[in-house]
Design a protein around this ligand. Structure first.
Ligand SMILES: C[S@@+](CC[C@H](N)C(=O)[O-])C[C@H]1O[C@@H](n2cnc3c(N)ncnc32)[C@H](O)[C@@H]1O
Length: 301
């Protein structure tokens, strides 16, 4: 044992000297000690990139587009309005809606307890007036029985879904049937192009399996319309607008720029986002998935 000790110590000294010689312990990783733990915004949608190169701005712009197209932003509602917001992520949309619509009574629903806890923490910073008209719920957007929304009879009601419905299991049908009973519906959602070739559908199937989104949730505009009709909406109430050209290309370019810049400075952790960027780039080039705004102005039933 004693005989082994000197060579072992020599080996340790050799490793120590080599390490000191060959690598400077200082990189740029002390950014972690200086940066805030979380940024000001925590948006996580595909964004509307028409007038911006910034991710948070594009995400906010996608919400604004929904609010504009529904008429909510222009105040085209009679008096107070009730918003039931599905798939709220970390709640940037919650805070933005409370700011933009001072007369809205708001319920935000997420199935992610971690993101909900994060949002509850952020809600401490808003005024008590806004807090009083906002409720947050842990529930399944696909299952209205878990929404626990208070009865607000007589209030104009909008169900919002910002870039989340394609995740819903087993599908969106139950949520839409309930939405049709409550009022109107505004969403950014993903559709399948009517022109998608069999092999493009195959690639999409693989992406769906890889990302955990049910493949059957990728519906053509016709299938989607039929689903809205079956839910109880009327054909004249349904508007769909394909905004893919202002979504996927901008997001792909942004992820490419950011990951290249991060990697130039030796900052890792971009593998997942690079895969996502590759998928959005494919959708942009091949066009088999369409990013659409869907507005359904439901009559009171
Ligand atoms: C692409 S992110 C969009 C987040 C947010 N809307 C935004 O714009 O930042 C999709 C969100 O949908 C939520 N989601 C997925 N399935 C859901 C479900 N069944 N019920 C409620 N939320 C769901 C996820 O937790 C995730 O936060």
């Amino acid at each position: 044992m004693n005989l082994l000790l000197p060579p072992f110590l020599l080996l340790l000294i050799y490793i120590f000297i080599r390490y000191r010689k060959s690598s400077d312990p200082y990189t740029l990783d002390h950014a972690a000690l200086n940066a805030p733990l979380f940024p000001q915004t925590m948006w996580m949608n595909m964004g509307y990139w028409k007038n911006t190169n910034s991710f948070p701005e594009a995400c906010h712009a996608l919400l604004t587009l929904l609010l504009e197209k529904s008429g909510l932003l222009a105040g085209n509602t009679e008096g107070e309005v009730r918003i039931i917001d599905l798939g709220i992520g970390c709640g940037d949309q919650t805070l933005a809606i409370l700011r933009a619509l001072p007369r809205a009574r708001y319920t935000g629903i997420t199935n992610n307890p971690l993101q909900l806890a994060f949002l509850e923490e952020r809600m401490r910073e808003i005024g008590t007036g806004d807090k009083g008209r906002a409720q947050l719920r842990l529930g399944d957007g696909a299952d209205p029985d878990t929404w626990r929304v208070e009865d607000e009879d007589g209030l104009e009601t909008w169900i919002l879904a910002l870039d989340c419905l394609y995740h819903f299991r087993p599908n969106r049908e139950k949520a839409l049937r309930h939405a049709a009973k409550l009022g109107s519906f505004a969403a950014f959602d993903l559709l399948l192009s009517e022109r998608a070739k069999w092999w493009e559908r195959g690639v999409l199937w693989a992406i769906a399996v890889g990302t955990g989104a049910p493949y059957d949730n990728f519906m053509t505009a016709k299938q989607y319309t039929d689903m809205l009709l079956a839910a109880g909406y009327m054909p004249s109430e349904i508007e769909m607008e394909d905004i893919s050209s202002d979504v996927f290309g901008g997001l792909t370019a942004y992820i490419r720029r950011r990951s290249q810049e991060a990697e130039r400075w030796g900052a890792g952790g971009w593998k997942k986002w690079k895969i996502a960027g590759w998928i959005f780039g494919l959708w942009d080039k091949w066009g088999m998935v369409r990013g659409c705004v869907i507005i359904v102005r439901g009559a009171k039933r």
